[in-house]
Design a protein around this ligand. Structure first.
Ligand SMILES: Cc1cc2nc3c(=O)[nH]c(=O)nc-3n(C[C@H](O)[C@H](O)[C@H](O)COP(=O)(O)OP(=O)(O)OC[C@H]3O[C@@H](n4cnc5c(N)ncnc54)[C@H](O)[C@@H]3O)c2cc1C
Length: 389
């Protein structure tokens, strides 16, 4: 039974309900998961059952039918509660490609099951080891053979595949030399991961700085039924771009949630910790960086709401979505640094949680989009400067 009541909930009510859903997963829970290099299965399950991760699926498919603004409040609140939305955020937005570009049959087949929490679609395979950010040079190929596509290639940093039933895959269906523009000839497929390992798909987990389930994927004559092609063959890059504004705004909201978490943690510690017979927060060297970080998070928060408002109105929001992500990621990182410094040596101790959140929020500077790519978008598309690559 979903906790979402689309017509009755104010932002304050959403915040309160999400906080309540996250409350059982306290610092001890996250420390245990981290220690075990585990996946927060119970946490993701609880959010799924409560309907929070299907907030953006229309009610007609059994989802919450919420706006992007409301969805961003959910994501912010998860991180603000000390949790790590990276374990599950893609369940909220990856389905957008299916919703916007999938056939009626695909939507009926998958969206209600995703909304009901019976299927997880929380993986998307875009990044490759050789081509990196240069997505249009994607080397993974999908070749049509009768009623199926045969996939060969390699992806890297593909998250949550071991805890997802479905995955979106971007692959080249027409060779780069045969397309008029480099963005053409790429296609998106819905890959059923259940039983896929060993049938042409190999997964190799990547140990990394945060406790994030992410993998290298190797495709060797991996077969995908042709009916799992999403939309038109060759237009996949456009479909991926179409989802980016929503993703940027949601990620910005996660950073803002982190930012407020760090500031609150720093504020409380600065008030309690007494050194030289006074709370450390009485020293302006401690107080001002916290105030500065707070102001930056608040400013980024405004841009998040502006991007989300435009998105919900159906207005162009590329500039605002990108700026929201840029400002929020910078603000959360500054807040993280300030919080760590405020805690002195204790900031490094796992039991204070600061170092875990510090590592987690650092990731937002790189993934799902690195800061330079956003700056280049702003330079070229907003300011009209020459294209740099
Ligand atoms: C934990 C984690 C989880 C991830 N999960 C996923 C996932 O689920 N699915 C997925 O598809 N990907 C995922 N990624 C990949 C992530 O999106 C990429 O790492 C990111 O987009 C950067 O690409 P890259 O690592 O290939 O960097 P590169 O493209 O190699 O770039 C390296 C650095 O150079 C900069 N750079 C490159 N070219 C330029 C230029 N022309 N101008 C200025 N700067 C430039 C980049 O901004 C970056 O800082 C994940 C990554 C991590 C670390």
């Amino acid at each position: 039974m979903s906790d979402i009541n689309p017509r009755a909930q104010t932002h304050a009510e959403i915040r309160e309900a999400v906080r309540a859903a996250c409350a059982p997963f306290d610092a001890r829970y996250w420390q245990r998961i981290e220690h075990e290099h585990g996946y927060p299965q119970e946490f993701v399950q609880a959010l799924t059952r409560a309907g929070w991760l299907s907030a953006l699926i229309p009610e007609a498919f059994g989802g919450g039918g919420l706006s992007l603004t409301e969805a961003s409040v959910i994501m912010e609140e998860i991180n603000r509660a000390g949790a790590n939305s990276g374990a599950c955020h893609a369940q909220m937005y990856t389905m957008g490609t299916l919703l916007r570009h999938g056939s009626a049959e695909q939507q009926q087949r998958y969206l209600p099951a995703i909304a009901a929490g019976e299927l997880r679609l929380q993986s998307f395979a875009v990044t490759e080891p050789v081509t990196g950010t240069d997505t249009t040079k994607t080397r993974t190929v999908a070749e049509r053979r009768g009623d199926r596509y045969v996939v060969n290639g390699q992806k890297v940093w593909i998250s949550r595949v071991q805890h997802s039933d479905l995955m979106l895959l971007l692959a080249r269906t027409t060779p780069l030399e045969q397309v008029s523009t480099r963005a053409h000839g790429l296609s998106v497929f819905l890959v059923d991961l259940r039983g896929a390992e060993g049938r042409g798909l190999r997964m190799r987990p990547i140990e990394n700085m945060v406790n994030h389930e992410t993998n290298e994927l190797f495709f060797e004559d991996f077969e995908v039924p042709a009916e799992n092609l999403i939309g038109e063959e060759g237009r996949g890059f456009r479909y991926i771009l179409d989802g980016m504004n929503a993703e940027r705004i949601l990620i910005a909201a996660e950073c803002i949630g982190d930012g407020y978490w760090f500031i609150d943690k720093a504020r409380r510690y600065a008030g309690e910790r007494v050194v030289f017979d006074r709370p450390i927060g009485q020293n302006q060297g401690i107080q001002f960086p916290i105030a500065q970080a707070y102001a930056r998070v608040r400013a980024a928060d405004l841009m998040r709401y502006e991007g989300a408002r435009l998105f919900d109105e159906g207005a162009p929001c590329g500039a605002e979505a990108n700026m929201a992500k840029l400002l929020a990621a910078d603000a959360s990182w500054e807040a993280a640094n300030t919080c760590l410094q405020t805690h002195g040596g204790f900031g490094f101790a796992a039991e204070y949680e600061v170092e875990r959140k510090f590592r987690e929020t650092r990731l937002y500077q790189v993934a799902p989009i690195s800061t330079n790519m956003i700056l280049s978008y702003l330079g070229e598309h907003v300011l009209g400067l020459p294209r740099s690559f």
